[in-house]
Ligand binder design. Structure first.
Ligand code: NAD
Ligand code: WQD
Length: 340
């Protein structure tokens, strides 16, 4: 019998690519998503990438215990991947209660329904943002945590809750994956990142400049203590992130309890490096101008990705050129996002 994985937030950016990866590897996949930040059109596209249907797709809120209970009653769930959350740092400062309610409250409701149905295998979406303003990079899983905004606090709070639950329930197996900066798109061009409104993140903004939807990129500061003065990040291809989740599901049974792993490449890329790589991949110029630093930004965030490699013998394989090439393909095919 193939394993059934319930994916919350499965229509979102990382969730949709992970569902495609799971389907391609023979898993049965059930999606729960309230589509607050995703299009239901994505669900058919996930199936198309793999040539196989989803086992189920439910428009439901992870805070809705009754709805979740119905989903768990309808499927024999073997493992859960929990992506569903709000993720915009700036918005979290303006709407902290909503962020705690969905991100922390939703996780608690999910855990409680999992317990009712004796499901004890979970992969949780965490974030490098739990480290806040990192003093030294690369960051290991043991580097100090010091969230600087409500969003990052919700992720760290969920990690703490999961630790406590694992300490209490001996059979629980939880993997929290701290992603660095996921970018790129499915190589088919069917799935990608489709932010609402003006993109807050670098890669989708650059892609929209390349396609002519935005005039120019604002580079937020060139006076950081980095080689070219612009911010350095660890961009990781979303297909590597998706693969990392599939491999994580395979390793849930290695041991009980809670484990935390970084999901990054270990390579730092500056804003100007990324702009140059995208110009090369797209064959288009990326007009840009340096403006003031963005409040709250840090100079550099790069993963030490060695722990996951040592534990699972798995590493990311896709480079910056592939990230740009795939993001560009999706952008060209969907100049206005999933609506076309
Ligand atoms: P996304 O917004 O594209 O996907 C999240 C999905 O969850 C969306 O489809 C949304 O509709 C759904 N959702 C939100 N609230 C829900 C609710 N209450 N009930 C049901 N569904 C709900 O975001 P993403 O980039 O795919 O991120 C996925 C996860 O990864 C999030 O937990 C995020 O915090 C985490 N993460 C993302 C990044 C990043 O840079 N993208 C980095 C680190 C961690
Ligand atoms: C990258 C670099 C900017 C936009 C965010 C979240 C973090 C995590 C990953 C969820 C920085 C610069 C950006 C622009 C620019 N998400 N930039 N012009 O801030 O590293 O991380 O996504 O967990 O929590 O905060 O990503 O893509 O916004 O910025 O110059 O228009 O690009 O200053 O150096 P960030 P980002």
């Amino acid at each position: 019998m193939p394993e059934t994985v319930l994916v919350t937030g499965g229509a979102g950016f990382i969730g949709s690519h992970t569902c495609a990866e799971l389907l391609a590897h023979g898993y049965e996949v059930v999606v729960v998503d309230n589509h607050v930040n995703s299009s239901p059109l994505v669900l058919d596209r996930i199936a198309k990438t793999a040539g196989r249907p989803l086992a189920g797709a439910y428009r439901a809120d992870v805070r809705d215990r009754r709805a979740l209970t119905e989903v768990f009653a309808a499927h024999r769930v073997d493992a859960v991947i929990h992506f569903a959350a709000h993720k915009a740092v700036g918005e979290s400062v303006a709407r902290p209660v909503e962020y705690y309610d969905t991100n922390v409250g939703g996780t608690c409701t999910l855990l409680s329904v999992m317990r009712d149905h004796r499901v004890d295998r979970l992969v949780f979406s965490s974030s490098c943002s739990v480290h806040g303003d990192a003093r030294t990079v690369p960051l290991t899983e043991h580097s100090p945590v010091a969230p600087t905004n409500p969003y990052a606090h919700t992720k760290l709070t969920c990690e703490r809750i999961l630790e406590d639950v694992c300490a209490h329930l001996a059979q629980m197996r939880v993997l929290a994956l701290r992603y660095f900066n996921p970018v790129g798109a499915h190589p088919s061009g069917l799935l990608g990142e489709d932010p609402r409104g003006v993109p807050g993140n670098l890669m989708p903004y650059v892609a929209q400049v390349a396609v002519g939807r935005r005039e120019r990129l604002s580079v937020f500061g060139d006076d950081y203590p980095t080689p070219d003065g612009t911010g350095v990040r660890d961009y990781v291809h979303v297909m590597d992130v998706a693969e990392g989740h599939r491999v994580a599901v395979e390793h849930l049974d290695d041991r009980t309890g809670m484990r935390v792993f970084n999901l990054g490449t270990g390579t730092g890329t500056s804003v100007l490096d990324l702009v140059a790589a995208f110009a090369e991949a797209s064959g288009r110029p990326i007009p840009h101008q340096v403006v003031d630093r963005r409040p709250g930004d840090v100079a550099a965030l790069v993963a030490d990705a060695s722990a996951v490699a040592a534990a699972w013998g798995w590493t990311t394989t896709r480079d910056l050129a592939a990230m740009c090439r795939d993001a560009w393909r999706f952008q060209q095919l969907h100049p206005d996002g999933y609506t076309r």
